[in-house]
Design a protein around this ligand. Structure first.
Ligand code: IMP
Ligand code: MG
Length: 422
C-alpha cells in the first residue's frame, strides 16, 4: 500500500473514518498529525458504532500501532475518557497506542476562551466545536503552550500551569467569565497524565524506525481542506493544517517518504459550523436530515448540505496533490433526480474556476451548475463498480474527472463491506 496521506477534500466529515478503517487492513501504523478532539471519526465495527475523537481509527483493528503525533493538540482528560470508553467495549489499548511528548495540551481555560470568543462574535461566530482548539494552537504559536512532556514532569507542570492560570484568569475575568481553579485543574490533569504516561514516547523516532523496517504508515487527516488554517475559508476554519503538508510537520516524517495522497470527498457537500458554502441547498439538507443523515459526530449539530462543488474539490486536489479519490455517501443521492454539480462560480459577473481567498467574496459567489440524471434506486448492496446503476457510475466518474484525480474507492454505506474498490 505504501505510505499514504489521507485527507478530506471538502469541509470535513467526508467519511474519512470509514475509509481509514478500510485502508488500515493493509497499514501497520496509523498516525494523527493535527487537530484535536474537535474531530469525530465514525467507524462501524462488528455492527457497533464507534466515534473516535483523538485516537486514530486504526485502534479498532488488532496488531496495528496508533500514534498521536506532535501536531495534535491533546486534552488529556478527553483522551483518558476515550481510552477508557474503548476499553469498556472490549478494545485493547496498551502497547498499540503512542502519544507524542511534543504534542500540546488543551487546558480548561482554552475551552472557556473558545466559548467566550464565540459569544462575543455574536452573529459573526465561527461555530467552533468549543473544544478549545483555537486557543490551544494560539498558545503553541505564541510559544506559551504546555506540552505532554511538561505533564510528565509534575513539579514543572504545576509551576507552569500556575503561571498560565493567573494570566488566563485575568483575561477570563475581563471577559466576564468565571476563572478556573488552579488546584482542581492541577490535580485532574496530573491524574490524567499518570494514566497517559505508559503511552508517551518520542513518536518521531518511533515512526522513523518503523519506516526503516519497511512498515507502512497511514496518515489520518482530520477535518478537511477548506478548514485548513492557511488554505481554508479563513476565518471560518480550524487552527491546524488539515492539508497534506500537515502530515509532515505534524509527525516529523519528511515529504519524500510519502508515497501517495488519497483524498476523501462526499458525493455532495456538507459543512458544520459557520462560513461560506457556495452550493448550500436547503431542500437537499432537509431530505438528508429526514433520512437521519448528516448530524455532526462531535457536537450532534445538523450539518449544512449542498451540491457537489467541483471548484472546491479541484482546488483541494491541487493543494494536497491528491493522487486518488474515495467518494463516500453515494447512497445519500439514491433518490435525488436531477442532481446538480457546481462546475464554476460567478462573482460580480466574472466566471471563476478557483475559489477566492476572501470568505466574503466566496459567500458572494453564485454556483454555475450542470444537471445530471439521478439513478432513483438503492446502491446499498453494490459491492462491485459494475453493480452500480449506470447513472451512478457516470456520476462518480464525472465528479472525479472534474476534480482531476483517479477514482479508487466508492462508499455506499457505513459498513466496512459497503466499499467498492476500483
Ligand atoms: P474548531 O476546530 O472547534 O475551532 O472549529 C472550527 C471550525 O471547524 C468550525 O466550523 C467547526 O465546525 C469545524 N470543525 C472542526 N472539527 C471538525 C470536524 O472534525 N469535522 C467537521 N468540521 C469540523
Ligand atoms: Mg467528523
Amino acid at each position: 500500500m505504501a505510505n499514504t496521506i489521507l485527507i478530506g477534500a471538502q469541509w470535513g466529515d467526508e467519511g474519512k473514518g470509514k475509509i481509514i478503517d478500510v485502508l488500515t487492513a493493509n497499514a501497520d501504523v496509523i498516525v494523527r498529525s493535527q487537530g484535536g478532539n474537535n474531530a469525530g471519526h465514525t467507524v462501524i465495527h462488528r455492527s457497533k458504532k464507534y466515534i473516535l475523537h483523538l485516537i486514530p481509527s486504526g485502534i479498532l483493528r488488532r496488531g496495528k500501532v496508533c500514534v498521536i503525533g506532535n501536531g495534535v493538540v491533546v486534552d488529556p482528560i478527553a483522551l483518558v475518557a476515550e481510552i477508557e470508553g474503548l476499553r469498556k467495549v472490549g478494545v485493547k489499548i496498551d502497547k498499540n497506542l503512542l502519544l507524542s511528548d511534543c504534542a500540546h495540551l488543551v487546558l480548561p481555560y482554552h475551552r472557556l476562551l473558545d466559548e467566550q470568543r464565540e459569544l462575543r462574535k455574536g452573529r459573526a461566530k465561527i461555530g467552533t466545536t468549543k473544544r478549545g482548539i483555537g486557543p490551544a494552537y494560539g498558545d503553541k504559536a505564541g510559544r506559551t503552550g504546555l506540552r505532554v512532556s511538561d505533564l510528565m514532569q509534575p513539579l514543572l507542570f504545576s509551576k507552569k500551569l500556575q503561571a498560565k492560570i493567573i494570566e488566563n484568569n485575568s483575561i477570563l475575568q475581563a471577559l466576564g467569565a468565571r476563572p478556573v481553579n488552579f488546584r482542581e485543574v492541577n490535580e485532574s490533569y496530573l491524574a490524567a497524565g499518570e494514566k497517559l504516561r505508559p503511552f508517551v514516547a518520542n513518536t518521531v523516532l518511533y515512526l522513523h524506525r518503523a519506516l526503516e523496517r519497511g512498515r507502512e504508515i497511514l496518515f489520518e487527516g482530520a477535518q478537511g481542506t477548506f478548514l485548513d488554517i492557511d488554505h481554508g475559508t479563513y476565518p471560518y476554519v480550524t487552527s491546524s493544517n488539515t492539508t497534506a503538508g500537515g502530515a509532515c510537520t505534524g509527525t516529523g516524517v519528511p515529504p519524500h517518504r510519502m508515497d501517495r495522497v488519497l483524498g476523501v470527498m462526499k458525493a455532495y457537500t456538507t459543512r458544520v459550523g459557520e462560513g461560506p458554502l457556495p452550493t448550500e441547498d436547503r431542500g437537499l439538507a432537509e431530505m438528508l436530515h429526514k433520512l437521519g443523515r448528516e448530524f455532526g459526530a462531535t457536537t450532534g449539530r445538523p450539518r449544512r448540505c449542498g451540491w457537489f462543488d467541483a471548484v472546491a474539490t479541484r482546488y483541494a486536489a491541487m493543494i494536497n496533490g491528491i493522487d486518488e479519490l474515495a467518494i463516500t455517501n453515494l447512497d445519500g443521492l439514491d433518490n435525488v433526480d436531477p442532481i446538480l454539480i457546481c462546475v464554476a462560480y460567478c462573482l460580480n459577473g466574472k466566471r471563476l474556476a478557483v475559489p477566492p481567498c476572501d470568505a466574503t467574496q466566496l459567500a458572494n459567489c453564485e454556483p454555475i451548475y450542470q444537471q445530471v440524471r439521478g439513478w432513483n434506486q438503492s446502491t446499498h448492496l453494490a459491492r462491485k463498480f459494475s453493480q452500480l446503476p449506470l447513472a451512478a457510475r457516470n456520476y462518480v466518474k464525472y465528479v472525479s474527472e472534474l476534480t482531476g484525480a483517479t477514482l479508487s474507492m466508492v462508499s455506499v454505506g457505513p459498513g466496512r463491506t459497503q466499499t467498492i474498490v476500483l
